[in-house]
Ligand binder design. Structure first.
Ligand code: SAM
Ligand code: SF4
Length: 346
């Protein structure tokens, strides 16, 4: 069914659902609520980042209105990310207000990707807002390496956050970026630790986003090598588990746990892409790996009515590209995209 047909069929008062030119329904919105962070991970930010002036940011009320417009247009899953979403002042009021869409059944899931530093403080509140699952980014269990990777982070604080999240009844998934010469020897222990605590683990390949003042090639570790190394210790059974996202999953026979691989460099996961991203200034990115974007802040602020906003969203989704083209090789040492991951939230 085309977007035009859906438009004609829709009941009065319901904005048309989001179907892109390749017939993919857009049901997943990732929202970067701040570009700021209390860490400076080496693959994500340079040590001396300049951040957006606070006046450029959407207010929490505006973020609510923007998210709610997407929910009205058929988005079923919202993920708050950043920067570090849990360092934005007052962020729990956004979770609390968005939870009304869970109550009405319009939304299936409200969730968050976090570095875990503030989880000890917020885990219970998140659970009370209807959040069921959180993704925590953690690349190593070695406190010194943790400090080296995050520059400003402290491992015990994150581990306390994970404890608090599990104690509050949140399901925790760990995301680890594979870094050559840094955590490659440790990933199999990370599998045992995560699965031993009933947490899923996903390993992510470094993506060429943003100028981070480090040699990208030096960090890049293809997951084919990670998988081969893990297979020396574990029996990895391919499973047909799909989330609509870029991860491919295996079951680790020895632990019974699930292990995901996100391989943007070595596999193309765009075909089934159901997601778009908005930044904290209201810019909509239709693809993580492309520059094309649409400004939603202007239509949001221009009118009390949501109609101009719906029209701007429709116009942008009609431009969603088929896929991206990341390249890290010896001829392409520069970032494929100039923006940092902390802008779009990964
Ligand atoms: C940008 S962070 C934002 C949310 C939160 N601060 C966190 O770290 O989970 C989201 C995810 O992107 C990952 N990430 C950041 N830069 C990356 C890069 N260049 N390549 C691959 N993953 C990256 C992080 O490891 C994290 O799992
Ligand atoms: S990966 Fe997350 S925690 Fe690390 S610097 Fe980027 S936004 Fe902050």
């Amino acid at each position: 069914m085309t977007a035009a047909m859906l438009q004609l069929d829709r009941p009065a008062g319901h904005p048309a659902p989001l179907i892109d030119p390749f017939a993919r329904a857009i049901t997943y919105l990732r929202v970067s609520v701040t570009d700021r962070c209390d860490f400076r991970c080496v693959y994500c930010m340079s040590e001396h980042m300049s951040f957006l002036p606070k006046a450029d940011l959407l207010t929490l009320e505006e973020l609510d209105r923007l998210c709610s417009a997407f929910v009205a247009k058929g988005v079923r899953k919202l993920r708050m990310t950043g920067g570090e979403p849990l360092v934005r002042r007052g962020i729990m009021t956004l979770f609390a207000s968005l939870s009304r869409h869970l109550g009405t059944g319009a939304l299936d899931e409200l969730t968050v990707t976090t570095n875990g530093s503030q989880l000890a403080k917020y885990a219970t509140e998140l659970k009370n807002c209807g959040v069921e699952r959180v993704n925590v980014s953690l690349d190593t269990l070695d406190p010194d390496k943790f400090r080296a990777i995050t520059r400003w982070g402290e491992l015990p604080q994150v581990l306390r956050g994970i404890d608090a999240a599990q104690a509050a009844g949140l399901k925790v998934k760990i995301n680890a970026v594979a870094l050559k010469g840094v955590n490659d020897e440790e990933l199999s222990d990370l599998v045992a630790w995560a699965h031993g605590r009933g947490m899923e683990l996903t390993v992510i390949e470094v993506m060429p986003l943003g100028d981070i003042g480090e040699e990208r090639l030096a960090q890049y570790l293809p997951l084919s090598l990670v998988r081969a190394k893990l297979a020396e210790r574990y029996t990895l059974e391919d499973i047909d588990y799909k989330t609509g996202g870029p991860a491919r999953y295996v079951r680790v026979a020895e632990t019974g746990g699930r292990l995901g691989f996100i391989t943007p460099m070595t596999h193309n996961f765009c075909e089934s892409c159901n997601r778009v991203r908005i930044t904290c200034t209201g810019t909509l990115y239709m693809c993580l790996g492309q520059e094309d974007a649409a400004d939603l802040r202007a239509p949001l602020r221009a009118s009390q009515s949501d109609e101009p906003l719906y029209a701007a969203i429709d116009e942008a989704i009609a431009r969603k590209p088929k896929g991206h083209d990341f390249v890290i090789d010896r001829r392409h040492k520069r970032p494929a995209l100039s923006r940092h991951m902390s802008v779009t939230g990964g």
